[in-house]
Design a protein around this ligand. Structure first.
Ligand SMILES: *Cc1c(COP(=O)(O)O)cnc(C)c1O
Length: 352
Protein backbone atom coordinates (compact mmCIF):
# COMPACT_ATOMS: atom_id res chain seq x y z
CA UNK A 1 0.00 0.00 0.00
CA UNK A 2 2.64 2.52 1.06
CA UNK A 3 4.66 1.50 -1.97
CA UNK A 4 1.91 2.31 -4.43
CA UNK A 5 1.28 5.64 -2.74
CA UNK A 6 4.98 6.36 -3.02
CA UNK A 7 5.03 5.39 -6.69
CA UNK A 8 2.45 8.09 -7.35
CA UNK A 9 4.59 10.62 -5.50
CA UNK A 10 8.17 10.30 -6.68
CA UNK A 11 10.62 11.18 -3.95
CA UNK A 12 12.87 14.23 -4.26
CA UNK A 13 15.65 12.11 -2.71
CA UNK A 14 16.99 8.92 -4.20
CA UNK A 15 19.87 6.52 -3.81
CA UNK A 16 21.76 5.37 -6.85
CA UNK A 17 23.08 1.96 -5.88
CA UNK A 18 25.92 0.39 -7.83
CA UNK A 19 25.12 -3.32 -8.20
CA UNK A 20 28.46 -4.09 -9.80
CA UNK A 21 30.31 -2.46 -6.92
CA UNK A 22 28.30 -4.54 -4.42
CA UNK A 23 29.22 -7.75 -6.25
CA UNK A 24 32.81 -6.66 -6.65
CA UNK A 25 33.04 -5.95 -2.92
CA UNK A 26 31.52 -9.34 -2.08
CA UNK A 27 34.01 -11.08 -4.34
CA UNK A 28 36.93 -9.09 -2.91
CA UNK A 29 35.89 -9.98 0.64
CA UNK A 30 35.42 -13.63 -0.34
CA UNK A 31 38.90 -13.67 -1.78
CA UNK A 32 40.32 -12.00 1.31
CA UNK A 33 38.49 -14.58 3.44
CA UNK A 34 40.66 -17.32 1.91
CA UNK A 35 39.24 -20.80 2.45
CA UNK A 36 36.39 -19.54 4.63
CA UNK A 37 32.85 -19.10 3.30
CA UNK A 38 31.69 -15.49 3.15
CA UNK A 39 28.31 -14.49 4.55
CA UNK A 40 26.71 -11.05 4.63
CA UNK A 41 25.42 -8.84 7.42
CA UNK A 42 22.18 -7.35 6.07
CA UNK A 43 20.72 -6.01 9.32
CA UNK A 44 19.16 -2.54 9.43
CA UNK A 45 17.72 -2.95 5.94
CA UNK A 46 21.07 -3.97 4.50
CA UNK A 47 22.81 -1.01 6.17
CA UNK A 48 20.27 1.30 4.56
CA UNK A 49 20.97 0.01 1.07
CA UNK A 50 17.85 -2.17 0.91
CA UNK A 51 18.01 -5.68 2.37
CA UNK A 52 15.78 -7.47 -0.12
CA UNK A 53 17.72 -6.33 -3.14
CA UNK A 54 21.09 -6.90 -1.47
CA UNK A 55 20.13 -10.41 -0.40
CA UNK A 56 18.80 -11.27 -3.82
CA UNK A 57 21.96 -10.05 -5.54
CA UNK A 58 24.39 -11.68 -3.10
CA UNK A 59 22.42 -14.91 -3.18
CA UNK A 60 22.91 -15.07 -6.94
CA UNK A 61 26.63 -14.54 -6.29
CA UNK A 62 26.68 -17.62 -4.05
CA UNK A 63 26.18 -16.16 -0.59
CA UNK A 64 24.29 -18.55 1.70
CA UNK A 65 24.50 -16.92 5.14
CA UNK A 66 22.61 -13.69 5.86
CA UNK A 67 22.72 -11.97 9.23
CA UNK A 68 19.95 -9.69 10.49
CA UNK A 69 19.45 -8.24 13.97
CA UNK A 70 15.67 -8.43 14.42
CA UNK A 71 13.05 -11.05 13.61
CA UNK A 72 11.14 -8.47 11.58
CA UNK A 73 14.25 -8.16 9.41
CA UNK A 74 14.25 -11.93 8.93
CA UNK A 75 10.59 -11.80 7.86
CA UNK A 76 11.42 -9.04 5.39
CA UNK A 77 13.80 -11.30 3.43
CA UNK A 78 12.21 -14.70 4.12
CA UNK A 79 10.69 -14.93 0.65
CA UNK A 80 13.99 -13.98 -1.00
CA UNK A 81 16.17 -16.78 0.39
CA UNK A 82 15.45 -20.01 2.29
CA UNK A 83 14.79 -19.24 5.95
CA UNK A 84 17.59 -21.51 7.14
CA UNK A 85 20.08 -19.16 5.45
CA UNK A 86 18.96 -16.32 7.73
CA UNK A 87 20.53 -15.79 11.16
CA UNK A 88 19.04 -13.46 13.75
CA UNK A 89 21.95 -11.91 15.64
CA UNK A 90 20.00 -10.52 18.58
CA UNK A 91 18.78 -13.98 19.50
CA UNK A 92 15.35 -15.01 20.59
CA UNK A 93 13.20 -13.42 23.30
CA UNK A 94 10.02 -14.86 24.75
CA UNK A 95 7.83 -12.78 22.46
CA UNK A 96 9.79 -13.91 19.37
CA UNK A 97 9.27 -17.63 19.96
CA UNK A 98 6.09 -18.29 17.93
CA UNK A 99 7.56 -16.52 14.91
CA UNK A 100 11.02 -18.03 15.39
CA UNK A 101 9.59 -21.55 15.47
CA UNK A 102 7.35 -21.10 12.46
CA UNK A 103 9.72 -19.04 10.26
CA UNK A 104 12.70 -21.35 10.43
CA UNK A 105 15.35 -18.62 10.51
CA UNK A 106 18.06 -19.45 13.02
CA UNK A 107 18.55 -17.49 16.19
CA UNK A 108 22.03 -16.62 17.39
CA UNK A 109 21.58 -17.66 21.03
CA UNK A 110 23.30 -15.06 23.17
CA UNK A 111 22.64 -15.93 26.78
CA UNK A 112 22.01 -18.96 28.98
CA UNK A 113 18.38 -17.84 29.24
CA UNK A 114 18.02 -17.91 25.46
CA UNK A 115 19.68 -21.32 25.32
CA UNK A 116 17.26 -22.78 27.85
CA UNK A 117 14.29 -21.16 26.09
CA UNK A 118 15.33 -22.66 22.76
CA UNK A 119 16.00 -26.11 24.21
CA UNK A 120 12.70 -26.25 26.09
CA UNK A 121 10.80 -25.32 22.94
CA UNK A 122 12.60 -28.00 20.93
CA UNK A 123 13.72 -25.25 18.60
CA UNK A 124 16.01 -27.21 16.29
CA UNK A 125 19.13 -25.97 14.54
CA UNK A 126 20.58 -22.74 15.92
CA UNK A 127 23.70 -20.64 16.26
CA UNK A 128 25.50 -19.65 19.45
CA UNK A 129 27.41 -16.43 20.17
CA UNK A 130 30.34 -16.63 22.55
CA UNK A 131 31.53 -13.36 24.02
CA UNK A 132 35.32 -13.45 23.66
CA UNK A 133 35.88 -9.98 25.05
CA UNK A 134 33.67 -7.33 23.45
CA UNK A 135 31.54 -7.72 26.56
CA UNK A 136 28.38 -6.69 24.85
CA UNK A 137 26.30 -9.61 23.66
CA UNK A 138 27.05 -13.31 23.92
CA UNK A 139 27.61 -16.11 26.38
CA UNK A 140 30.67 -15.47 28.52
CA UNK A 141 33.19 -18.32 28.56
CA UNK A 142 32.64 -18.59 32.30
CA UNK A 143 28.91 -19.18 31.70
CA UNK A 144 29.44 -22.13 29.39
CA UNK A 145 29.57 -24.57 32.30
CA UNK A 146 29.62 -28.31 31.79
CA UNK A 147 26.33 -28.86 30.06
CA UNK A 148 24.77 -25.51 29.08
CA UNK A 149 24.99 -26.22 25.36
CA UNK A 150 24.41 -29.98 25.56
CA UNK A 151 21.54 -31.09 23.39
CA UNK A 152 21.67 -28.06 21.11
CA UNK A 153 22.06 -28.66 17.39
CA UNK A 154 24.57 -25.89 16.68
CA UNK A 155 25.35 -24.81 13.14
CA UNK A 156 27.51 -21.71 13.68
CA UNK A 157 29.49 -21.06 16.83
CA UNK A 158 30.39 -17.38 16.59
CA UNK A 159 32.16 -14.60 18.37
CA UNK A 160 32.58 -10.93 17.52
CA UNK A 161 35.65 -8.68 17.48
CA UNK A 162 35.61 -5.36 19.34
CA UNK A 163 38.54 -3.55 17.73
CA UNK A 164 39.37 -5.28 14.46
CA UNK A 165 39.76 -1.88 12.79
CA UNK A 166 42.75 -1.18 15.04
CA UNK A 167 46.06 -2.96 15.56
CA UNK A 168 45.69 -3.67 19.23
CA UNK A 169 46.43 -6.57 21.55
CA UNK A 170 42.71 -7.08 22.13
CA UNK A 171 42.39 -8.80 18.72
CA UNK A 172 44.84 -11.55 19.62
CA UNK A 173 43.37 -11.88 23.09
CA UNK A 174 39.89 -12.35 21.67
CA UNK A 175 41.20 -14.87 19.16
CA UNK A 176 42.73 -16.91 21.94
CA UNK A 177 39.60 -16.68 24.08
CA UNK A 178 37.41 -17.78 21.16
CA UNK A 179 39.66 -20.73 20.36
CA UNK A 180 39.60 -21.91 23.94
CA UNK A 181 35.84 -21.57 24.28
CA UNK A 182 35.21 -23.24 20.92
CA UNK A 183 37.38 -26.23 21.78
CA UNK A 184 34.74 -27.52 24.17
CA UNK A 185 31.69 -26.95 21.96
CA UNK A 186 30.36 -29.00 19.08
CA UNK A 187 29.32 -26.52 16.43
CA UNK A 188 29.45 -27.38 12.77
CA UNK A 189 31.09 -24.09 11.72
CA UNK A 190 33.11 -21.41 13.48
CA UNK A 191 32.68 -17.72 12.63
CA UNK A 192 34.65 -14.78 13.96
CA UNK A 193 35.50 -12.01 11.48
CA UNK A 194 33.47 -8.97 10.46
CA UNK A 195 34.70 -6.76 7.59
CA UNK A 196 37.76 -5.47 9.43
CA UNK A 197 38.46 -8.87 10.98
CA UNK A 198 38.84 -10.43 7.53
CA UNK A 199 41.92 -8.27 6.97
CA UNK A 200 43.57 -9.51 10.18
CA UNK A 201 44.57 -12.65 8.31
CA UNK A 202 43.98 -16.36 8.10
CA UNK A 203 43.90 -17.04 11.84
CA UNK A 204 40.79 -14.93 12.06
CA UNK A 205 38.82 -16.52 9.20
CA UNK A 206 37.72 -19.92 10.60
CA UNK A 207 34.85 -21.38 8.51
CA UNK A 208 32.59 -18.39 7.86
CA UNK A 209 33.19 -14.63 7.74
CA UNK A 210 30.44 -12.05 8.32
CA UNK A 211 31.23 -8.76 6.56
CA UNK A 212 28.70 -5.96 6.55
CA UNK A 213 30.14 -2.48 6.20
CA UNK A 214 32.65 -3.23 3.45
CA UNK A 215 30.05 -4.89 1.24
CA UNK A 216 28.44 -1.47 1.08
CA UNK A 217 31.65 0.45 0.43
CA UNK A 218 33.04 1.03 3.91
CA UNK A 219 36.83 0.96 4.23
CA UNK A 220 37.07 -0.87 7.54
CA UNK A 221 40.87 -0.99 7.44
CA UNK A 222 43.41 0.84 5.25
CA UNK A 223 44.38 -2.44 3.51
CA UNK A 224 40.94 -2.40 1.88
CA UNK A 225 41.27 0.93 0.15
CA UNK A 226 42.17 -0.58 -3.21
CA UNK A 227 39.66 -3.44 -3.19
CA UNK A 228 36.42 -1.86 -1.93
CA UNK A 229 34.21 0.32 -4.14
CA UNK A 230 31.57 2.90 -3.32
CA UNK A 231 28.06 1.47 -3.63
CA UNK A 232 25.78 4.24 -2.37
CA UNK A 233 25.34 7.55 -4.20
CA UNK A 234 22.63 9.72 -2.60
CA UNK A 235 21.01 12.31 -4.84
CA UNK A 236 18.55 15.11 -4.18
CA UNK A 237 16.55 17.61 -6.18
CA UNK A 238 17.09 21.37 -6.31
CA UNK A 239 14.01 23.29 -5.12
CA UNK A 240 15.12 26.87 -5.56
CA UNK A 241 18.01 28.97 -6.84
CA UNK A 242 18.33 32.56 -5.76
CA UNK A 243 20.94 35.28 -6.02
CA UNK A 244 21.66 36.63 -2.55
CA UNK A 245 23.31 40.00 -1.96
CA UNK A 246 26.56 40.36 -0.04
CA UNK A 247 26.05 40.08 3.68
CA UNK A 248 23.05 37.72 3.50
CA UNK A 249 22.82 35.24 6.37
CA UNK A 250 21.96 31.67 5.31
CA UNK A 251 19.77 29.22 7.19
CA UNK A 252 18.93 28.65 10.84
CA UNK A 253 20.98 30.70 13.25
CA UNK A 254 22.86 32.37 10.40
CA UNK A 255 25.90 30.11 10.72
CA UNK A 256 26.99 31.26 7.24
CA UNK A 257 27.06 34.77 5.85
CA UNK A 258 27.66 35.55 2.16
CA UNK A 259 30.78 37.71 1.87
CA UNK A 260 29.91 38.68 -1.66
CA UNK A 261 26.78 38.33 -3.76
CA UNK A 262 26.17 34.62 -4.20
CA UNK A 263 23.97 32.18 -6.08
CA UNK A 264 22.41 29.96 -3.44
CA UNK A 265 20.68 26.66 -4.29
CA UNK A 266 18.28 25.05 -1.84
CA UNK A 267 17.98 21.28 -2.09
CA UNK A 268 15.37 18.85 -0.82
CA UNK A 269 17.63 17.02 1.62
CA UNK A 270 17.99 17.23 5.37
CA UNK A 271 18.59 15.44 8.60
CA UNK A 272 15.18 13.77 8.38
CA UNK A 273 16.52 11.95 5.31
CA UNK A 274 19.65 10.91 7.17
CA UNK A 275 21.88 13.78 6.02
CA UNK A 276 22.81 14.93 9.50
CA UNK A 277 23.88 18.29 10.85
CA UNK A 278 27.56 17.31 10.89
CA UNK A 279 27.54 18.31 7.22
CA UNK A 280 26.54 21.90 8.03
CA UNK A 281 29.08 24.24 6.41
CA UNK A 282 31.27 21.23 5.56
CA UNK A 283 29.60 18.77 3.19
CA UNK A 284 29.89 18.97 -0.60
CA UNK A 285 27.74 17.88 -3.53
CA UNK A 286 28.37 17.53 -7.26
CA UNK A 287 26.53 18.67 -10.36
CA UNK A 288 28.05 17.82 -13.73
CA UNK A 289 31.52 17.54 -12.19
CA UNK A 290 31.22 20.86 -10.40
CA UNK A 291 31.56 20.71 -6.62
CA UNK A 292 29.26 22.83 -4.49
CA UNK A 293 29.87 23.35 -0.77
CA UNK A 294 27.05 23.09 1.75
CA UNK A 295 26.65 26.52 3.33
CA UNK A 296 24.70 27.15 6.48
CA UNK A 297 23.11 24.61 8.73
CA UNK A 298 21.53 21.38 7.50
CA UNK A 299 17.87 21.58 8.48
CA UNK A 300 15.21 18.91 8.65
CA UNK A 301 14.27 18.80 4.98
CA UNK A 302 16.60 21.32 3.33
CA UNK A 303 20.22 22.18 2.73
CA UNK A 304 21.64 25.26 1.08
CA UNK A 305 24.54 25.23 -1.39
CA UNK A 306 27.01 27.71 -2.77
CA UNK A 307 26.07 27.40 -6.46
CA UNK A 308 28.31 30.18 -7.78
CA UNK A 309 30.36 27.76 -9.89
CA UNK A 310 27.44 25.68 -11.18
CA UNK A 311 26.09 28.04 -13.79
CA UNK A 312 24.03 25.35 -15.50
CA UNK A 313 22.22 24.31 -12.35
CA UNK A 314 18.43 24.78 -12.54
CA UNK A 315 15.47 24.13 -10.29
CA UNK A 316 14.46 20.48 -10.54
CA UNK A 317 18.00 19.26 -11.31
CA UNK A 318 19.42 16.36 -9.32
CA UNK A 319 22.66 16.86 -7.45
CA UNK A 320 24.82 14.00 -6.15
CA UNK A 321 25.96 14.19 -2.56
CA UNK A 322 29.65 13.43 -1.96
CA UNK A 323 29.32 10.24 0.06
CA UNK A 324 32.71 8.61 -0.12
CA UNK A 325 32.29 7.00 3.29
CA UNK A 326 35.74 7.72 4.61
CA UNK A 327 35.79 11.37 3.60
CA UNK A 328 32.17 11.93 4.59
CA UNK A 329 32.93 10.37 7.93
CA UNK A 330 35.88 12.68 8.56
CA UNK A 331 33.85 15.72 7.53
CA UNK A 332 30.73 14.93 9.51
CA UNK A 333 32.13 13.20 12.57
CA UNK A 334 29.74 10.31 11.88
CA UNK A 335 30.93 6.74 11.52
CA UNK A 336 30.53 5.10 8.10
CA UNK A 337 27.98 2.80 9.76
CA UNK A 338 25.89 5.80 10.81
CA UNK A 339 26.27 7.38 7.38
CA UNK A 340 24.77 4.30 5.73
CA UNK A 341 22.12 3.20 8.19
CA UNK A 342 20.79 6.74 8.53
CA UNK A 343 19.63 6.76 4.88
CA UNK A 344 15.99 6.02 5.45
CA UNK A 345 12.75 5.22 3.68
CA UNK A 346 12.37 8.75 2.31
CA UNK A 347 14.83 7.73 -0.41
CA UNK A 348 13.73 5.94 -3.55
CA UNK A 349 16.31 3.29 -4.33
CA UNK A 350 17.57 2.68 -7.87
CA UNK A 351 20.12 0.05 -8.84
CA UNK A 352 22.39 1.02 -11.70
C1 LIG B 1 27.09 -6.12 12.35
C2 LIG B 1 27.81 -7.36 12.63
C3 LIG B 1 28.72 -7.88 11.71
C4 LIG B 1 29.19 -7.11 10.50
O1 LIG B 1 30.12 -6.15 10.94
P1 LIG B 1 30.83 -5.09 9.95
O2 LIG B 1 31.75 -4.36 10.82
O3 LIG B 1 29.73 -4.24 9.42
O4 LIG B 1 31.49 -5.87 8.89
C5 LIG B 1 29.25 -9.14 11.96
N1 LIG B 1 28.93 -9.82 13.08
C6 LIG B 1 28.08 -9.33 14.00
C7 LIG B 1 27.78 -10.13 15.22
C8 LIG B 1 27.50 -8.08 13.82
O5 LIG B 1 26.69 -7.59 14.75
Amino acid sequence: MTNSVKADAPSPVRLHLDGEALLSNYKALSKASGAATTGAAVKANGYGVGAREVVSRLSKAGCRDFFVAHWSEAVAIADVVPADQISVLNGVGEADMPLALSLGARPMLNSPTQVVRWKQAGGGRCHVMIDSGINRLGIGPEQLGEDLLDGLDIDVLASHLASADEDVAQNGEQLEAFRQAAAGVSGERLSFANSAGIMLGRDYHFDLTRPGLSLYGGIARPEMTSIIKQVVFPQAQVLQIRKMPAGSPIGYNATYRCEAAKRVATVSLGYADGYLRGFSNSGTVEFQETAMPVIGRVSMDLVTLDADNAENLREGDWITIDYNLREASQISGLSPYELLTGLNSRFDRFWI
